[in-house]
Ligand binder design. Structure first.
Ligand SMILES: Nc1ncnc2c1ncn2[C@@H]1O[C@H](COP(=O)(O)O)[C@@H](OP(=O)(O)O)[C@H]1O
Ligand SMILES: [Mg+2]
Ligand SMILES: [Mg+2]
Ligand SMILES: [Mg+2]
Length: 393
């Protein structure tokens, strides 16, 4: 069977034990956002109905895992649950997953308890759900399944095959999914996103970004409107067709554009909330050189790309600490959402992002995003700032 690769960054595995009373409502919101993301993706790109179903299946596993990890905590969210019936047609279908994490933590002494909970859950799920077959899985099967994200391999779960391929790369189609992007923001109750992209021959051709906590009205408007209270945005972009935003409740989509501002003094810029994810000093230096007066707007996740695509701010700066390699699932969807809204996304040297190299992006220093008018001045400010930084070392 000819099939696309579904990449799943399994931030899920690592972040689920962190679910607390405080984060649980966000978790359910994120499930709903997840479903909207899948629905939108399948509407815009429904070449193969199987793909959304694969994604739903991964959601089922995600939900069930978290249920076990939350132990007996009541989960009253039938509305949001994907039922087994949703997968019945999957039957012996094949699908692919790529995991961001490996089983390292689960193999350690500290991970034992979590692993046992995962095992219990996986086997309960298998036992209660005839579609998976009867044979229980052993710890090694599940650990191997998680590790399969690192190397090419096939996991056979009852009648469902999981085919796990590591690299996206330059040929074929690859789904790129980050089920919870901005995990830190999610845990704080701030911004996070569910991000889904589709690579076709190394290029992003579809990007869907659900931002359950992002206000529907601009982050830039200071006058508090009723709308500001309303949160939950879904952005989607298909190559050549522009970028649309709708509320997660399913309002009519509207076409969005990046700002047409050309005066940097009036621009504001986004960066990571987490200083560990981006050099705040460096972006301040760049902003100062550019003449930006507003203080940085620090929010988590690819919600930054979404906000930028509708003109909430004009610039997004991301300069990871030395040695960090950016992953495609942290940028694929956001990149297309901004690019189709008329924005420009490049590395610090002005090179376009190359999603064809597998799971990592090869970048010169960092990622910069703005509109076409501001890009030349921004590039200049970035180059000067990087030189200054290098000579001060
Ligand atoms: N040291 C680091 N430098 C840069 N990015 C990092 C990082 N550690 C983690 N990240 C990535 O930054 C993403 C969040 O970005 P942001 O800072 O814009 O919210 C994380 O996604 P996850 O939360 O999906 O793991 C993670 O992949
Ligand atoms: Mg992660
Ligand atoms: Mg991420
Ligand atoms: Mg993640």
């Amino acid at each position: 069977m000819d099939m696309a690769t579904l990449r799943v960054s399994s931030g899920t595995i690592n972040s689920l034990p962190l679910l607390t009373k405080k984060t649980k409502p966000h978790f359910f919101l994120s499930l709903r956002a997840f479903k909207s993301t899948l629905k939108t993706a399948s509407m815009s790109y429904d070449k193969d109905l199987l793909l959304p179903r694969m994604l739903l299946l991964s959601l089922l596993v995600f939900v069930k895992k978290s249920k076990a990890l939350l132990q007996a905590d009541v989960i009253q969210s039938d509305r949001l649950h994907v039922t087994v019936a949703d997968y019945e047609e999957l039957d012996s279908a094949s699908f692919s997953l790529v995991a961001e994490e490996d089983s390292g933590d689960l193999r350690k002494e500290e991970g034992k308890e979590t692993l046992q909970r995962i095992m219990k859950l996986v086997n309960e799920t298998l036992a209660s759900d005839g579609t998976y077959g009867n044979a229980p899985l052993y710890e090694e099967d599940v650990l191997a399944a998680i590790d399969s994200g690192r190397s090419e391999g096939v996991l056979h779960l009852g009648r469902v095959y999981w085919i796990l391929l590591t690299e996206g790369g330059p040929s074929g189609q690859h789904w790129v999914l980050d089920p919870i992007d901005g995990t830190k923001g999610f845990l704080r109750g701030d911004q996070y996103a569910i991000a889904l992209g589709l690579l076709d021959e190394g290029k992003v051709v579809l990007g869907v970004l659900a931002c359950p906590n992002l206000p529907l009205s601009s982050l830039a408007s200071n006058n508090l409107q009723d709308d500001q209270e309303k949160v939950g945005c879904l952005f989607y972009a298909q190559v050549g067709s522009g970028t649309y935003m709708q509320s997660l409740d399913g309002s009519m989509p509207i076409k969005v554009h990046v700002t047409d501002l050309d005066n940097p003094e009036e621009a504001s810029f986004f960066e990571s909330f987490e200083a560990a994810h981006s050099l705040h000093d460096l972006s301040s230096l760049i902003a100062k050189k550019l003449g930006v007066r507003a203080p940085p707007v620090r929010i988590d996740s690819q919600a930054k790309y979404g906000a930028l695509s509708r003109g909430d701010g004009a610039i997004y700066l991301r300069f990871p600490h030395k040695g960090y390699r950016e992953k495609i699932w942290d940028h694929a969807a956001g990149y297309l959402v901004v690019a189709e809204a008329g924005g420009v996304v490049s590395d610090a040297a002005g090179n376009p992002l190359d999603f064809s190299k597998g799971r990592y992006l090869d970048l010169h220093e960092g990622i910069i995003v703005t509109n076409q008018k501001l890009m030349p001045a921004l590039l200049k400010a970035v180059k000067e700032s990087l030189n200054e930084k290098a000579s001060s070392l």
